[in-house]
Design a binder for this molecule. Structure first.
Ligand SMILES: Nc1nc2c(ncn2[C@@H]2O[C@H](COP(=O)(O)OP(=O)(O)O)[C@@H](O)[C@H]2O)c(=O)[nH]1
Ligand SMILES: [Mg+2]
Length: 490
């Protein structure tokens, strides 16, 4: 069962309970039974489910409770809190990195779990926070492992270490860590190998690498969609090396909610981050309450805002940008940056799924992929332009054949495709300069988000979205409705 479905079923159970004329012991039991079944089918460990059921019953005393509405709230709250405590992996302070000392972080997990990808995301995120990360490839098992790490690290501009000849993972790991300690790197990430299944050879290797590098942190990376196997797998890794935190990957796809819950229970360690896609920025800190709220269909406005804030340029740049655009100076570079922003936000469906009430109204699948592919192509063409061309605000540059040929050649596209870019540019330029005229900056984007100005900000942000994106979200009216809904919910 996918995460969204689990959430729906729990919400359904709660809703049918509150529809009952009186909430008594029997009604509560029926509701808890439905929730328990949903959790079991979502691969949550049997024992955890039993605990959760007992936990709710302990918190809720049906006899002593007042009227119906209140009862429903009390039960809802108890379920919410029990789910949160299921995900509580103990002290999260222990997972923090120290400044000004080399932090050695070792990643473990089965093959294909997403270790190498996650190492890069983790390194990249900490680099943005001011750390000096480096990556060591201690995977000598999988052919091409070093090349993959090298490629990822290069893309993220992070130093790396590895070897094509050496076959002893512990030795490479030790050499790499030593090298980067000498180079005063303060976050040294050790990527290890995996196997397709849990086998002793892998755990022995993990013990050897761990004793060679003495990691400050061991992170267990788990594919969010592995199902009932999660508990045993997490426990097996926890028993071999000192796992202190969990990262769940592929929560963008058909991930089951239960795996996350089970991994926490098995390792008694918190989930610190989640992977929500293949790209470097598709990585977010794990927040228990948000996760559970999302699971229960309460939406995740906070997450959406964080994401928007993350991709919004700094305030001054923003001001400059708006000034330029309202004066009609919409250059290709501005268009490029806008595309990059949209790409960084991930597929629209992902953003939309965070908006309450909208999760079920997704666009037909494939739609956003298409438009992303198109944007990527346009960006490639723009990559082969000179700075002067990018900063130009005139469409005249598109009338010179030699220029068009150069861009097409440089980007591996055809002159026709360059023409399409021109059309898009003209359209966006017009749309942007008209909408932006007289627009005020969403000042409160930066400050505290209370529900009222959150709504305003989203309204204003929507104006800054390219029109095709707005269309994808259902047009201005749909957006208006959405905000009304939000007002009701928060
Ligand atoms: N959709 C999605 N794919 C992911 C995510 N994390 C990793 N992957 C993909 O999973 C595959 C295996 O990842 P890799 O990092 O090589 O796994 P490793 O064997 O554990 O090092 C690759 O195709 C990744 O692009 C994620 O969060 N979402
Ligand atoms: Mg790998």
């Amino acid at each position: 069962m996918v995460l969204a479905e689990l959430g729906q079923r729990i919400s359904h159970a709660l809703a049918s309970m509150s529809a009952a004329p009186v909430i008594d012991e029997a009604v509560l039991d029926a509701c808890l039974k439905e929730i328990a079944t949903a959790l079991l089918q979502a691969d949550v460990n049997v024992k955890l489910v039993a605990n959760m059921r007992n936990g709710v019953k302990k918190r809720v005393n049906v006899e002593q409770m007042a009227g119906g509405l209140n009862k429903q709230r009390v039960v809802e709250k108890a379920v919410f809190e029990e789910l949160c405590s299921m995900l509580d992996g103990g002290d999260s302070k222990k997972t923090e990195l120290k400044k000004n000392k080399p932090n050695v972080v070792m990643f473990v997990g089965l093959q294909g779990a997403g270790k190498t990808t996650t190492c890069t995301k983790y390194a990249f995120m900490h680099k943005k926070k001011g750390f000096k990360p480096a990556m060591v490839c201690a995977d000598t098992f999988r052919a091409g492992a070093f090349d993959q790490l090298k490629q990822n690290a290069t893309k993220a501009q992070i130093p790396f270490y590895g070897s094509y000849q050496e076959t002893d993972p512990a030795l490479i790991a030790a050499q790499g860590v030593e090298r980067f300690k000498e180079e005063k790197r303060d976050l040294i990430i050790v990527d290890t190998s995996g196997r397709h299944k849990q086998e002793e050879a892998l755990f022995e290797e993990m013990r050897q690498v761990a004793s060679a590098v003495k990691p400050d942190h061991v992170i267990f990376v788990m594919d969010g969609s592995i199902g009932q196997a999660a508990y045993d797998q997490a426990k097996a890794f926890h028993d071999s090396v000192d796992v202190g935190q969990v990262i769940i990957t592929k929560l963008d796809g058909h991930a089951r909610g239960g795996g996350a819950l089970s991994a926490v229970a098995a390792t008694r360690s918190p989930i610190t981050f989640i992977g929500t896609g293949e790209h470097m920025h598709e990585f977010e800190p794990f927040q228990t309450q948000k996760f559970v709220a999302r699971l229960l269909g309460k939406g995740d406005l906070g997450g959406l805002i964080d994401k928007m804030k993350d991709v919004m340029p700094e305030e001054e740049q923003q001001e400059e940008l708006i000034n330029k655009i309202s004066k009609g100076e919409f250059s290709l570079r501005i268009m490029y940056d806008q595309f990059a922003n949209i790409m960084r936000m991930g597929p629209m469906s992902q953003v939309m799924s965070m908006i309450p009430g909208l999760s079920n109204m997704m666009m037909p699948p494939g739609h956003e992929k298409e438009s992303q592919a198109r944007m990527k192509k346009y960006m490639t063409i723009m990559d082969s332009m000179t700075d002067k061309e990018l900063d130009s605000t005139s469409t005249k540059i598109f009338s010179e054949e030699s220029r068009i040929m150069r861009w097409a050649r440089g980007s591996g596209t055809s002159p026709q495709e360059v023409q399409l870019l021109l059309e898009e540019y003209k359209r966006l330029s017009k749309a942007f300069t008209t909408t932006m005229k007289g627009m005020k900056l969403p000042k409160n984007l930066k400050g505290d988000m209370n529900p009222r100005n959150m709504q305003q900000s989203i309204a204003q942000m929507s104006k800054m979205l390219p029109p095709n994106m707005l269309k994808m979200m259902g047009g201005p009216n749909a957006l208006q409705n959405m905000m009304k809904q939000m007002e009701g919910k928060f």
